[in-house]
Design a protein around this ligand. Structure first.
Ligand code: PEP
Ligand code: MN
Length: 328
């Protein structure tokens, strides 16, 4: 976006007016007399409308490039799901086990997490596993367990649709449909999820560029999804010290420059529970609007992802530490 100034404009006034609207001025072009001619604003900013910018005293015109992701750009930074907000402070918490293991198990998490202010219950009914011999999830029956547990505790459900065939059942039970990392490029699935009209949580593909990720979000909105929340969960790197490389630069870019609703999943990002607190803090500092954290009442016995699960009994202290003004 290029903002051109009038000859008699007060550049300091215009700059203040832009910055106070949360816009990032990335470049200033000066005229021959030394005064600024143009301010170039980071693209896709949903912070201020064109009419609002043109009305600022001293601005003569505002020029925008045509975006390839107009629906994502227009969405704005806040998404609301059944009265719970994802966007800005306080952070939204999406917590639960990696896999939904039984109905009692789902109720245990909901009853323990809801009093901590966790608005979203997560858990996989359909699990994408590297090995075909690993636990694959209980499937459709687990969707009902999750729904009933969330309803009993006044929570919202986020769960993954692994294939197009799962979409109708997941849409019937979930408030937000999760697209897993391995499926970010599965355009048929994105369209199928979009058609349900449900909000979608779009995990970043483990080797996806930001552009591919954002365009996948556009696929969802273009096919009818009510909203899209981006979730950074780590990308592949050369180093196996952590399960993935949590890309917080991407989070800052999406949150502050693009102003998209973005959350972070430090559980899959790190793959180890001892890094959840510091990575969660870093994620919030980078601009994440929420955190997806895996927990388990008995991590060594978890049917999937035990090493990264925070013990359920430690979730209260973790969440308190992550709230604004939380203990260090
Ligand atoms: C999950 O959140 O349960 C999951 C499988 O995550 P990812 O798609 O990021 O690996
Ligand atoms: Mn998991």
């Amino acid at each position: 976006m290029i903002v051109s100034l009038k000859r008699d404009a007060d550049p300091a006034f215009v700059l203040r007016a832009l910055v106070s609207r949360g816009l990032w001025v990335s470049h200033i072009e000066h005229g021959t007399s030394g005064g600024p001619l143009h301010y170039v604003i980071a693209p896709h900013s949903a912070a201020a409308s064109l009419d609002e910018l043109t009305a600022i005293e001293g601005i003569s015109s505002v020029t925008t490039a045509k975006s390839t992701t107009p629906l994502v750009d227009r969405q704005g930074p806040v998404v609301e799901i059944k009265g719970a907000r994802i966007g800005f402070a306080p952070p939204a918490f999406i917590c639960g086990p990696c896999s939904v293991e039984s109905e009692e198990h789902a109720h245990l998490f909901a009853s323990r997490l809801a009093p901590l202010g966790v608005a979203f219950l997560r858990g996989g009914a359909y699990k994408p596993r590297t090995s075909p011999y690993a636990f694959q999830g209980h499937g459709e029956v687990a969707l009902g367990w999750l729904r009933r547990a969330a309803d009993a505790a006044g929570m919202r459900v986020i769960t993954e649709a692994l294939s197009e065939a799962d979409v109708p059942a997941v849409a019937e039970h979930a408030d937000v449909i999760q697209i897993g990392s391995r499926n970010m490029h599965n355009y048929a699935l994105l369209k199928g999820v979009g058609k349900t009209g449900r909000p979608a949580l779009l995990k970043r593909g483990m080797a996806a560029t930001l552009d591919e990720w954002i365009q996948a979000g556009e696929h969802l909105l273009a096919s009818g999804a009510r909203s899209v929340i981006f979730c950074e969960r780590g990308i592949r790197s050369f180093d196996d010290a952590t399960r993935n490389l949590l890309d917080l630069g991407a989070v800052a870019l999406l949150a502050h420059v693009h102003r998209f609703p973005v959350i972070v999943d430090p559980s899959h990002g790190a793959g180890r529970r001892d890094l959840i607190l510091p990575l969660s803090r870093a994620a919030l500092a980078a601009g994440a609007a929420g955190l997806m954290i895996e927990t388990h009442d008995d991590p060594p016995r978890a049917l999937s992802d035990g090493p990264q699960a925070v013990p359920l009994g430690e979730m209260g202290a973790l969440i308190r530490a992550l709230r604004p003004g939380g203990a260090s």
